[in-house]
Ligand binder design. Structure first.
Ligand code: ATR
Length: 269
């Protein structure tokens, strides 16, 4: 029996158990996936405890995505650049290996809706917090030209330096209308929707507005985007995309069915 879990706080509303159990059941695997609440500050003790309990793989969500890095034995190059991990796998000799599957998860979600070749494309990214980092890493490596806009402009400059290997533009969020005309598509990584706010958008003219959030926090922003003529996509595809990458790491390259997990998520929201 392979034991898997997501750790975080809060973790009760996480869709990860639903996604992974959908795949485990569909494939008839001898595995379990649970959600475990681990309070802030207890990351290292929890990783020791879960190793003792013979867990083989973990997803990591807030507030532990950075904190796990101080405890793991090995990290992928993506984790080093992004500065956060979302997937841990037990090493044969003990300890944990850290990966970040948010980056390939975003690329997979974009590919599903027809965005596959990023070279020469200009992507307007809104927000420079934790959620932005994996996206910036992924888009930079995929060859996109990025314009990163953030309320706090200094943070945008710093995040670009840390997560990207090529030079990109940055600026304040209130310059959105000025830059939007050049964008092939827009990715919103801000947490503005969690406070019920939305970022005002200029006309979309049928271009893609991709929001990394889903459910209630995304609803107002996406409704506004559609009213402004943007084609919209919420973050569920990215959530399932990163889960599929984690699943593949834990189960020796098995590629699970994205559609059944997406349908299960949409039905549960
Ligand atoms: P997350 O891990 O979800 O990215 P975070 O690291 O706290 O959370 O980052 C939140 C991001 O949303 C930041 O880019 C933040 O802008 P600042 O860096 O200026 O704080 C942005 N953000 C949050 N609320 C916002 C709002 N009401 N309008 C615009 N941007 C907002």
């Amino acid at each position: 029996m392979i034991r898997l879990a997501v750790i975080g706080d809060p973790v009760g509303h996480s869709l990860s158990p639903l996604i992974h159990m959908t795949w485990i059941d569909a494939l008839g695997l001898e595995a379990s996936y649970e959600s475990i609440r681990v309070p802030d500050g207890e990351t290292a003790a929890a990783l020791d405890d879960l190793e003792q309990q013979d867990f083989q793989g973990l997803n990591v969500t807030l507030p532990h995505k950075q904190a796990v890095l101080a405890k793991v034995t090995a990290t992928s190059a993506a984790v080093k650049a992004i500065g956060a991990a979302n997937t841990l796998s037990r090493l044969p000799g003990g300890g944990w290996h850290a990966d970040n599957t948010d980056a390939p998860g975003l690329i997979a979600a974009l590919a599903r809706i027809g965005f596959a070749d990023f070279k020469g494309k200009t992507v307007l990214v809104l927000g420079a917090g934790g959620a932005a980092r994996a996206g910036l890493f992924a888009l930079d490596r995929a060859g996109a030209d990025i314009i990163l806009l953030n309320r706090t402009v200094e943070k945008a400059e710093q995040v670009l330096t840390e997560c990207c290997s090529r030079a990109h533009l940055s600026g304040p969020l209130d310059a959105l209308a000025e830059h939007a005309g050049r964008a092939d598509f827009v990715i919103n990584t801000t947490s503005a929707g969690h406070g019920g706010a939305h970022i005002p958008l200029p006309a979309g003219d049928g271009r893609l507005f991709f929001d990394m959030t889903y459910g209630n926090p995304a609803a107002v922003q996406l409704a506004h985007a559609r009213a402004q003529g943007w084609k919209t996509e919420d973050g569920l595809g990215m959530l399932v995309g990163q889960a599929a990458e984690s699943f593949s790491i834990w189960f020796d390259g098995v590629r699970p069915d994205i559609d059944i997990a997406l349908a299960a998520c949409r039905a549960s929201l």
